[in-house]
Design a binder for this molecule. Structure first.
Ligand SMILES: [Mn+2]
Length: 388
């Protein structure tokens, strides 16, 4: 039985604070310095960033204030942008993703949630995302996933990670920030973004906001926010069905088409399911699943994908192939530099145009190296964009 269940309460405020170190509310921190240390992991080969309890709680609190000011359904995010699926604490892979797709604010991002649990470095992932969010709130959109809830992340790794590294107060501070996270976005009035899926029996988009006053620490099982965070496409038959996950629904193609038509939308972009190639277009290209944690849990050999939406309403996919962390890789221009024999692989897996080479790699490795040629160029036009 988890700590959360034992507490018998429905809010993380009822947790007891087990941390030995107290948070100093008077202290503020240099976000650029923290970000530099986080990104520096690219060069050190370390798996963890040296952070303090005070820094974590400060960043979580600052991010919560930004979420608080944002609408629950963000309709003002514009193109071009990149849409990212589940990250699940795989910080090394997240750094690879940033090095391939670009860093905020030069690249705008919509993240579809599930930042924590399963993987080892959810704190680093959250700290990086939150600092970008605080610095560039218009360029980075963080949507909530079903793991950004204490009922779930008490069981799947995030609580252990926080309590073992810092103490319970860090866990509580992050969950307090999740309670204010927006849950959906509409990009360019065409693409509906959320973690899981669409809502059954929704009459107006405003209802998503009015039905769900924030803060929402643990969404009710039967609620529109749970449907956004938990639902999946229905692959067995067309129509609505109970979700085997126990929350949300399964929705078929007709259900999706009705939803999109009703609100004059073209595409549903969602995450929530591991995909072998990192993404899947389905329902006649009216929906896409994006999953951005390669080698998920070290149990899959899946690739990660990021969907890029360009200013001319064209969508493409960047595929990031899974790699073994132990594979010896290094940068051409830094061979022989200090500590570079430990250079982690994401450094060498940059974009097509990079001058990186794999030390000791075979020709086969080199040719299939940088984030796949074939899939990268695949483009899909989202229907009828130029109609108006
Ligand atoms: Mn999920």
């Amino acid at each position: 039985m988890t700590y959360y269940q034992r507490s018998g309460q429905n809010s993380p405020y009822h947790y007891s604070y087990a941390s030995a170190q107290a948070y100093d509310y008077s202290q503020s921190h240099d976000l650029d310095n923290i970000l530099e240390r986080l990104l520096n992991i690219r060069h050190t080969g370390s798996r963890y960033c040296r952070l303090t309890l005070n820094e974590c709680i400060y960043v979580a609190n600052q991010a919560m204030r930004v979420f608080y000011r944002e609408p629950f359904v963000n309709e003002s995010f514009s193109m071009p942008c990149k849409i990212v699926g589940d990250l699940h604490g795989q910080f090394v892979d997240f750094l690879r993703l940033l090095s391939v797709c670009g860093y905020p604010p030069d690249t705008s991002y919509v993240f579809l949630g599930d930042y924590v649990d399963r993987g080892p470095n959810a704190i680093e992932v959250l700290m990086t995302l939150y600092i970008y969010k605080i610095k560039y709130p218009e360029r980075v959109l963080l949507l909530r996933g079903n793991h950004e809830c204490p009922r779930i992340n008490a069981m799947y790794g995030f609580m252990s990670e926080c309590t073992m590294r810092f103490g319970f107060s860090v866990y509580t501070a992050f969950n307090d920030s999740f309670a204010y996270m927006p849950c959906a976005a509409i990009i360019a009035r065409r693409i509906f973004c959320c973690h899981g899926g669409i809502i059954k029996d929704l009459e107006t988009l405003e209802q998503i906001t009015t039905f769900n006053p924030r803060p929402i620490h643990d969404p009710e099982i039967k609620s529109t926010v749970t449907e956004l965070l938990w639902s999946d496409p229905n692959r067995s038959f067309d129509g609505w069905a109970e979700n085997y996950r126990g929350a949300g629904y399964l929705f078929g193609e007709t259900a999706l088409t009705e939803f999109l038509d009703k609100f004059n939308l073209d595409l549903l972009a969602r995450a929530h399911e591991v995909m072998q190639d990192g993404y899947e277009l389905f329902y006649d290209r009216k929906a896409v699943t994006i999953f951005s944690a390669p080698n998920y849990c070290n149990q899959f050999d899946n690739a990660a994908a990021v969907m890029s939406v360009s200013a001319d309403y064209t969508c493409g996919f960047v595929i990031i192939r899974p790699i073994s962390y132990e594979f010896p890789l290094t940068r051409v221009d830094e061979v022989g530099g200090p500590g570079l024999h430990q250079s982690p692989p994401y450094v060498a897996m940059a974009s097509e145009n990079s001058t990186y080479a794999l030390r000791g790699a075979t020709e086969a490795n080199k040719s299939s190296g940088p984030e796949t040629q074939g899939k990268k160029n695949e483009k899909t036009s989202v229907a009828a964009y130029h109609a108006d």
